[in-house]
Design a protein around this ligand. Structure first.
Ligand code: A3P
Length: 325
């Protein structure tokens, strides 16, 4: 089931060259010749119907947790090594093969009505993932959660501070995003990891080279935060999952957390952990102004792309493009 490809051009960013002997795993059941030699003991049903691809810090954990409340939706098991995401397509795990991947998924009790998924937030901006994902999961639906890329960058910076990253601890966010060629490699690396995933249009275009637009949904992460019920209605419709699940009953706003949480029996709230929805000061206005300028062209291209695709335009995107004109 491994296709050897001998001639890849460079990606348009020029950052990625594939080893010509890199495997490209395909679904054994999509090709009769493969299916005929695929073990009778094995199934092709332990593969996700949809992927939540990220990017990081946009609310992907909240989306994951809300999705799993749905009676027909089941997520992958956590990675036993990391207790976290599977991270198959974007990492050396890919070389472990599809049996390794399939072991993360339960056997669906009903293949047509069960929706199995996985969320790996690094997939969004990974160079290799769209090609690999579409080879194995050509019919999968793809969910990307987008917030203002300036807020995403700031959340990422705060995340790095919490993880004691020296470059984040020793520099203000403004110093990070405005770092120039004479800055230390650590600071430049932090700048890149804060900003690069926020070039949303570039990453979405790469996904759209491998998936038809009808299989892609852009989720407004700011709306997911403020009005998750509305977002989950749209997500269910897009996935075509039944029965329709009423999130109004399942979620509760927790005043002390400042976020929507799962409503337990008896009305108590079960919120995401401390690392999701951190408390930190607002971004400095001059840094926001800098980032508004930095992302302006990319955000305008994103607006054009989403309009062309007929995707709902996130409120933050309109607002961002109206500000500072
Ligand atoms: P902050 O901690 O910076 O506020 P991800 O899960 O993709 O890493 O995203 C984390 C972000 O999800 C948090 O970033 C938070 O703003 C956002 N978020 C959205 N809805 C949330 C919810 N219901 N509970 C906690 N965090 C939520």
């Amino acid at each position: 089931f491994m296709t050897h490809l001998s001639n890849y051009g460079n990606d348009r960013l020029g950052l990625y060259t594939l080893n010509p002997w890199d495997p490209l795993w395909q679904n054994p059941c999509h090709d009769k010749r493969h299916k005929d030699i695929w073990s009778k003991e094995k199934t092709c049903d332990r593969l996700p119907k949809f992927l939540v691809i990220g990017p990081q810090k946009t609310g992907t954990t909240a989306l994951h947790s809300f999705l799993t409340l749905h009676p027909a939706i089941t997520s992958s098991f956590p990675n036993p090594n990391t207790f976290e995401e599977v991270q198959f397509f974007n990492s050396p795990n890919y070389h472990r093969g599809i049996d390794w991947y399939m072991d993360f998924f339960p056997f669906p009790s009903n293949v047509s009505t069960d929706f199995i998924f996985e969320k790996s937030a690094n997939y969004f901006d990974s160079e290799s993932t769209p090609r690999r994902a579409s080879a194995l999961l050509p019919r999968a639906k793809i969910l990307a959660v987008l917030i203002n890329p300036a807020d995403r960058a700031y959340s990422w910076y705060q995340h790095q501070r919490s993880h004691m990253d020296p470059a984040a601890l020793n520099h203000t966010f403004h110093q990070v995003v405005t770092a120039g060629p004479s800055s230390s490699p650590e600071l430049l690396a932090l700048r890149r990891r804060s900003l690069a995933p926020g070039a949303y249009v570039t990453h979405l275009e790469r996904w759209l080279r491998h998936y038809p637009p009808s299989q892609l949904l852009v989720v407004d992460g700011a709306l997911l935060r403020s009005n998750p019920t509305a977002v989950m209605d749209g997500v269910q419709k897009f996935l075509g999952v039944t029965p329709h699940f009423n999130y109004t009953q399942a979620l509760i706003y927790d005043e002390s957390k400042g976020f929507w949480c799962q409503k337990l029996d008896g009305g108590r709230a079960k919120c995401l952990g401390k690392s999701k929805g951190r408390k930190y000061p607002d971004m400095a206005p001059e840094t926001r102004a800098y980032l508004t300028g930095y992302f302006r062209e990319l955000n305008m291209d994103l607006l054009r792309l989403l309009s062309r695709l007929g995707q709902a335009l996130p409120g933050w995107l309109r607002e961002e493009l109206q500000s500072g004109r």
